[in-house]
Design a protein around this ligand. Sequence first.
Ligand code: EPZ
Length: 448
Amino acid sequence: MADARPFHWEFHPEPVVREVFRVEGGRPLSGTVPISGAKNAALKLLAAATLTGERCRLTNVPEIEDVRAMTETLRDLGVVVDHPADNVYEIASGDVEWLFVPLEAAARMRASFILLGPLLSRFGRVIISNPGGDRIGRRPVDLHVDAMRALGASIEYRNGYYFATAPGRLRGGEVRFPFVSVMGTENAMLAATLAEGHTVIRPAAQEPEVDDLIAFLQQMGAEVERTFPDTIEVEGRKRLRGADHRVIPDRIEAGTFVIAAAVTGGRIRLEGAPCEHLGSFIDTMGRVGVGVSCGKDTIDVDGTAIGSSGYRACDVETAPYPGLATDLQPPTAVLLTQATGVSRVHEAIFEDRLEWLSEVRRMGANVEVLDPHHATISGPNHLLGTEVEIGDLRAGASLILAALAAQGTTTIHGAHHVHRGYENIERKFLDLGASISRTAEGAAVTNS
Ligand code: EPZ
């Protein structure tokens, strides 16, 4: 490290502006909603752009807090990040002089750890903080670290930081994961693009966002390919070039709006929606009785069955793609509060991603959390507006869904969590006829 800046970065988290959503429920949503670019693709594409000194251009990037956090982290490293228009980012990583990703960046966003692979691979060294991220249980990064070691890196952990070096170049090798990891796969793949020789990654995550990253890397001149559904192979190159890329649509945002129509008994059209990435979720909607039909890049949702035949209870289990996305488990749980009978929810990916159900229980949901991975929901439940608190991004969006379905006013504290991952969420709901506002915490209390 040429620089003498201290490694023990003093941690001063930015003051979070405390805001509340206030939702007046019980209105069927109708109209058309545009689906934004995928958060979990955009963050990795921004990181991938550091693999070259040439300019990369990304379009359809969602304007969300996590993207802001990633671009600020890149700028702190010395990367030039231009933002010439909404949803367009240009990245030029010619002079990266500061190979240090501080606790400050990591605490704002777990995805900052995706910088490990590209920075290590291109510059041969990086110091990166152990990441924080969502409050959805223990989320270690051992698989990322093991993957880098399998490619020849030396990594030491001291005082909350990983000190990673790869004198010369990383070497291609076998990266074997004990189970599927999305960012683990992506970090290994990013590192391997500039390593010397051939890398095989198995089992590789199959999420559409991973394939979007592969498409971008190929545009940059990387030799990377999914050779089997669960295998990615990379032939390392000496250098990559700049590229232009449009981020794929956000399947999790799309699923969230499907449920919004379903729980309000509404009818909406999603535009620019990735039906082909929502197979398991759409199957689940069919089992519950929500009308979903796919066009070329539209999804029409008909939630009117909620008032006639009603929705049916259904057992759901999350799984790596192509299974039901863990990020769609909380919205789906809200739907199941409106279904007749007992539904069992098995959250198989993360610990503690069922904890937020205690908030929806306060609204009148008949929910029992059996253990950190299992819950039952006995419906249908008449939800009533009350005060609730958001603990993480997807739980936040799901509390908005519950509030839209509820009778009366719900005050939802912790709105900033939702802005990490949903672009213009209240504008989109307002355009569909919802009654939702966002105000500063104090103002909301004064007005209530
Ligand atoms: C990605 O997280 C997404 N985040 C998550 O999105 C998503 O929920 C998750 O994949 C699963 O689909 C981004 O893409 C930025 P994993 P990731 O590694 O890659 C364990 C959202 O709301 N594990 O596939 O971090 C881990 O604890 C979010 O947008 C280890 O044990 O998830 C989990 O149980 C939150 N060691 C399982 O693997 C590791 O080193 C799968 O997690 C890494 C992971």
